[in-house]
Design a protein around this ligand. Structure first.
Ligand code: PEP
Length: 252
């Protein structure tokens, strides 16, 4: 379903004590919103986020998971574990996982299928490097990522997913995509989903833009029809998150 969304990806920041201190400050600013808000915390801080968000409609997300339920996979976390502690969303295929941990579309595909099997909402990320963009291949690249990540995913499950266009060159750089670039990437996600599942499905999925979104540039991104919201890294770690939420509220 298509939802106006603002999500924070805390990455490897916010240990439990800091999490509590931060959420104590942040929550009064965001708790009344009717937007779909998701806080994606590191594994060890998830329980603290769950406790702090009790009684609110804000969702708790993880930043990764493994594609098996249990077993001899040292260091991994399963969807069963995430569900049990109150996690509802999981970021999958973030470019940092692809770059540093060798995640491929095939692995992300397995994770998406497993997350859906357990009722977790996959937040599937895609996006091109500067080189691919420079070569004029950004759209083809996004299309292929989405196609491969969605192999074998049933039509009725696709609309449960959230997709995020995150050009690698815009992540953590302070140089966000222009309005046109963000729109083009998000439209390409919808076009690919349309080619696989039809226009009703593609019009109904939530598609976010991520890449240096903050309260100074959110006004250029959120009015765009094909973009339902933002996935925030840096700005998700400060009170700027609340300012971005307020900006998202301004656009229906
Ligand atoms: C991210 O890592 O998902 C992200 C969008 O980071 P930033 O907002 O810092 O660019």
């Amino acid at each position: 379903m298509r939802n106006r969304t603002v999500a924070a990806n805390w990455k490897m920041n916010m240990p439990p004590k800091e999490t509590k201190e931060f959420l104590d400050k942040l929550l009064p600013e965001i708790r009344e919103t009717d937007l779909n808000l998701i806080i994606c915390a590191p594994f060890v801080s998830i329980q603290t986020v769950v406790d702090c968000l009790k009684g609110t409609k804000i969702h708790v997300g993880a930043q990764n998971m493994y594609f098996e339920d249990r077993g001899a996979y040292t260091g991994e976390i399963s969807p069963v574990m995430l569900k049990e502690i109150g996690v509802s969303h999981v970021i999958l295929g973030h470019s940092e996982r692809r770059k540093y941990f060798g995640e491929t579309n095939e692995i992300v595909n397995k994770k998406i299928i497993k997350a859906l099997e357990h009722g977790l909402v996959p937040m599937a990320c895609c996006g091109e490097s500067l080189k691919i963009r420079g070569d004029g291949l950004a759209k083809q690249y996004i299309h292929r990522q989405i196609m491969e990540m969605l192999q074998g995913v049933r039509k009725e499950d696709v609309s449960k997913c959230i997709f995020s266009y995150e050009p690698i060159w815009a992540i953590g750089t302070g140089i966000g995509a222009t309005k046109e670039q963000a729109e083009e990437g998000c439209m390409e996600i919808r076009r690919c989903i349309e080619s696989m599942y039809g226009s009703e499905t593609s019009n109904n999925v939530t598609v976010l833009y991520g890449g240096s979104v903050n309260s100074s540039n959110a006004h250029t991104i959120f009015p765009i029809q094909d973009i339902d919201g933002g996935l925030l890294g840096t700005a998700g770690l400060s009170m700027d998150f609340a300012r971005v939420v307020k900006i998202r509220e301004e656009y229906k």
